[in-house]
Write a protein that binds this ligand. Structure first.
Ligand code: FAD
Ligand code: NAI
Length: 506
């Protein structure tokens, strides 16, 4: 009998879950009519559609401002699952959410321009933008005036000016990069399998080199090895023994931001997976077929190593975008900032008025991660919502105060209302500075294993292995932007497990 009740309860909760998802989908497809932007309100311009800007947009009461979003990318990208797109474990569209869908869900409509900001003039309060997409209209460049500006343009790939990097390597930051890598892997494999290819050339083509042992490089190397073990090896067996993945890192170990035991676990797992790690090895030059690096031995001796490669993925971290560099050069208070826009504890860009910065382009003393960017975006939404409420309350208080003398019989009631508004104002104005709360770091390292440094009751817990991999999957699934994304990602995981990854080269 208990079992029967348990079944009924399970059945009912499943039904409730489906109904909940169905209602969410229905609401997305039939959104409420939106309030039109009000040009009499202040214009708030938001640059970028990444973690920082979209987290801000999600929580911003758009009816308080005349909001304009500008970004060359008309979608939000869930970067933590980007490495899985390079091998087709996940299809790229599963981790993209159109910005128009996000904006359509807002109460007041928001204008969106697909364009890149080329410069910001803080004195004239204008942003210069241009259309860098393939299709161009008569108008390709213009200015957008702002009253308030939020900069969330992220960062670009660091190359440190090393010769040949831009020309010959693939990066891993955007959807286009992941698609490029996926094509290139299969091109290398098919070219290596070409009739009468020499053994040396097969070795070169089947050698996949990753530069940078941070989380991007490590996760990509793990995904690549999985792809090879689970699919390529079975489908192209004649050259499978020549496939090699090499990870090159300038520092003494990979994943420098993780705890020591997780670094050791990752390095020993890579050894089992036959991924070669070259630490203390600094890449100095890249040609179309080789990577030249300087390795430091345990006794301090230096040795030059040349790695022939078929695919080279460059993952050495972030550099400041030109539009940010340009703005920094216009503000004397930013003179000493090197890694991005220095901001204060309220994320206001130092030395400016009415300009805030979030995410990888802002230097607030935290690592450039999605976690930080989204918390900054949430904080700024609260701040901007409060600022609008403050202005509305102050204007009400001003109005009531001016009627005090005009309505002598009503003085007590008006004073009571003013007091009430002042009380509300004090509460709203009491916004604490931004404080980042670190939830932990997670990284996939291949062969269904992950490492996690998680914050638990003010302490740190380090975990690694298969169970951590399940935790990694469920954590990222729950963090996906929408129910649609979640369902697509689950579908991709099942599809690649059941049928294998798709080896066709688009
Ligand atoms: P982004 O998300 O990069 O967004 C920048 C936006 O600005 C984009 O929409 C871009 O198109 C737009 N833009 C660019 N130039 C301009 C311009 N001139 N004008 C207007 N708009 C512009 N972090 C984690 O915490 N956990 C992870 O698991 C994780 N995994 C990652 C995996 C990979 C492969 C990568 C590359 C990064 C990962 N990160 C992770 C880091 C995380 O993605 C970044 O820290 C985060 O994206 C920063 O958010 P952002 O809003 O500052 O920038
Ligand atoms: P990173 O800055 O974390 O690592 C880059 C690595 O490249 C460094 O270890 C550096 O020593 C090395 N390097 C630099 N120049 C080199 C050279 N010439 N030769 C050899 N090695 C060289 O960059 P990454 O991995 O792209 O990460 C960027 C940010 O995104 C970080 O803040 C990271 O935490 C975050 N991120 C987080 C992820 C996660 O939590 N799972 C996944 C991916 C990124």
């Amino acid at each position: 009998r208990t079992l029967r009740w348990a079944w009924r309860l399970g059945y009912l909760s499943a039904l409730a879950g489906v109904a909940y998802i169905g209602y969410g989908v229905y609401q997305d497809r039939h959104p409420e009519p939106q309030i039109e932007p009000d040009p009499t309100k202040k214009t708030l311009v938001i640059l970028g559609t990444g973690w920082g800007s979209v987290s801000l947009l999600k929580r911003l009461d758009t009816e308080n401002y005349n909001v304009i979003v500008i970004s060359p990318r008309n979608y939000f990208l869930f970067t933590p699952l980007l490495p899985s797109c390079t091998t087709g474990t996940i299809e790229h569209r599963s981790i993209m959410e159109p910005i128009r869908t996000i904006l359509r869900a807002k109460k007041a409509s928001v204008r969106f321009y697909e364009a890149e900001a080329s410069s910001i003039d803080p004195d004239r309060k204008v942003v210069r933008i241009f259309d860098n997409s393939e299709v161009k209209g008569d108008m390709t460049e213009t200015e957008v005036p702002y009253d308030m500006l939020v900069i969330g343009v992220g960062a670009e790939n660091a190359t440190f000016g090393i010769p040949g990097v831009r020309e010959h390597s693939c990066f891993l930051k955007e959807i286009g990069d992941a698609q490029n890598i996926r094509k290139r892997i299969m091109d290398c494999v098919e070219t290596a399998a070409f009739k009468d290819q020499s053994p040396e050339e097969i070795d070169r083509l089947m050698h996949m080199v990753v530069v940078g042992g941070g989380p991007t490089g490590v996760e990509f190397a793990g995904e690549l090895q999985d792809f090879f073990e689970e699919d390529i090896k079975k489908l192209v067996p004649e050259i499978s023994d020549r496939f090699r993945v090499t990870l090159i890192e300038a520092l003494p170990n990979v994943l420098p931001s993780f705890s020591k035991q997780l670094i050791e676990y990752t390095e020993s797992t890579f050894k089992e997976e036959k991924i070669n790690i070259h630490t203390k090895t600094m890449v100095q030059k890249v040609t179309d077929k080789t990577v030249e690096a300087l390795a430091t031995g345990p006794d301090g001796t230096k040795e030059k190593i040349v790695f022939p490669y078929g695919l080279l993925v460059w993952a050495t971290g972030n550099a400041v975008r030109p539009v940010v560099k340009d703005l920094m050069s216009r503000i004397p208070a930013q003179k000493n900032s090197r890694r991005g826009l220095a901001v204060n504890e309220y994320l206001v860009v130092q030395g400016t008025r009415d300009i805030w910065a979030v995410g990888d382009c802002a230097v607030a003393g935290y690592a450039p991660t999605a976690q930080v960017a989204s918390q900054e975006g949430n904080f700024l939404a609260r701040l901007l919502n409060n600022m609008a409420k403050t202005e509305a309350l102050e204007s009400k208080i001003r109005e009531l105060s001016s009627t005090l003398n005009l309505e002598p019989g009503n003085t007590a009631e008006i004073s009571r209302q003013i007091e009430e508004y002042e009380r509300q104002l004090r509460r709203i104005k009491d916004v604490k500075p931004f404080h980042y709360s670190h939830q932990g770091s997670l990284a996939y390292i291949g062969s269904e294993k992950a490492v996690a440094d998680v914050t638990w009751f003010n302490g740190n817990v380090a975990a690694a292995g298969g169970l951590t991999y399940l935790f990694w999957r469920s954590a990222y699934l729950s963090m996906c932007f929408s129910t649609r994304n979640r369902l697509l990602v689950i579908n991709d995981w099942i599809k690649s497990k059941a049928f294998g990854r798709d080896l066709s080269r688009e």
